[in-house]
Design a protein around this ligand. Structure first.
Ligand SMILES: [Zn+2]
Length: 303
């Protein structure tokens, strides 16, 4: 009940913002993590089919996209290099998500550098004219302390990278196992419930993340959206794009979004590490709404 009241307040606050004239349309850059494989999959569904479906929706909407690659998967699952080729052929920028998706806080800086460099041949091969020197931290883990954070940024800087920040999202990964379960059981009611919750999560994230930007920057920033290459998100992509369009967003590239000064700490790695969202809120003396946690509800669907 408490949550409901807070959410209601957030909606009101955001709609008063929306009513004000804006100088520019809202902007959002779509980024897709865990290429080529984000498991589990519904029975009989392949990573290739999932990518094909997701790419088709993005292409139909003329949406620029950056995908982040863990090249180890191509070794684990031969054939999945075709997935990367699909994204490349569709004009996606392919960035670095580390070779094996490891937590930075569990690695030495030398290991972090290995993870970075080992992932590069897959990107170089398909880089074409696009700048693939974008890094997305696995688990969004930027380091266990400031010392490690600074050291990792130095490694990224030496290798010519910019960091892909995340300023909006709705934990789409949390739907991945539930969708595979419901599909395996042919449970249409379960799938419908997952779809309903997914749409609600997208809409709530728009309200909450705009609210956060207004508190932290006193304006809308170009948002960077994190999604994953999951069967559920491929299935939902046409609706996701429609929701953002209806909310007044236009889709821009990651480079265009991060050209905004809000992202300087991620594009200029000679600067000190930017504060986390929580730290930034504390520094500004503002309170941000905690992202809703759907995992408990999702665990019970088609269980
Ligand atoms: Zn990831």
């Amino acid at each position: 009940m408490m949550l409901r009241v807070i959410a209601g307040f957030a909606v009101m606050a955001a709609s008063s913002t929306i009513a004000q004239p804006r100088q520019a349309p809202l902007e959002i850059a779509v980024t897709i993590d865990d290429l080529p494989v984000h498991a589990p999959y519904p029975p009989g569904v392949t990573p290739e089919q999932v990518s094909e479906q997701m790419i088709a929706a993005l292409k139909a909407g003329h949406v620029p996209v950056t995908g982040f690659v863990n090249a180890v998967r191509m070794q684990e699952q031969p054939g999945t290099e075709r997935v990367l080729n699909q994204w490349h052929d569709a004009g996606a920028v392919l960035g670095n998500h580390g070779w094996a998706h490891r937590h930075l806080n569990e690695m030495t800086v030398a290991e972090f550098e290995d993870e970075l460099v080992k992932d590069e041949p897959a990107l170089k091969q398909r880089g074409g004219g696009a700048d693939w020197h974008w890094f997305r931290y696995p688990f969004l883990d930027e380091g266990k302390d400031e010392k490690q954070q600074v050291a990792a940024r130095q490694v990224l800087r030496e290798h010519g990278y910019r960091v892909a920040a995340v300023t909006t999202g709705f934990s789409d990964w949390a739907w991945t196992p539930a969708y595979a379960r419901c599909a395996a059981k042919h449970d249409a009611a379960g799938v419908a419930e997952l779809e309903r919750l997914y749409v609600a999560a997208v809409k709530q994230s728009i309200v909450d993340d705009r609210e956060a930007a207004h508190k932290l920057y006193r304006r809308d920033i170009p948002y960077v959206l994190l999604m994953h290459v999951s069967a559920m998100s491929a299935h939902m992509m046409p609706q996701v794009l429609r929701i953002y369009r209806q909310a007044g967003y236009r889709f821009v590239s990651l480079a265009a979004a991060e050209s905004d000064p809000a992202y300087r700490g991620y594009t200029d790695l000679s600067l000190p590490p930017p504060p986390s969202r929580g730290e930034a809120a504390r520094l500004k003396g503002v309170k941000l709404i905690a992202p809703p946690d759907y995992s408990g509800t999702l665990d019970r669907i088609c269980a």
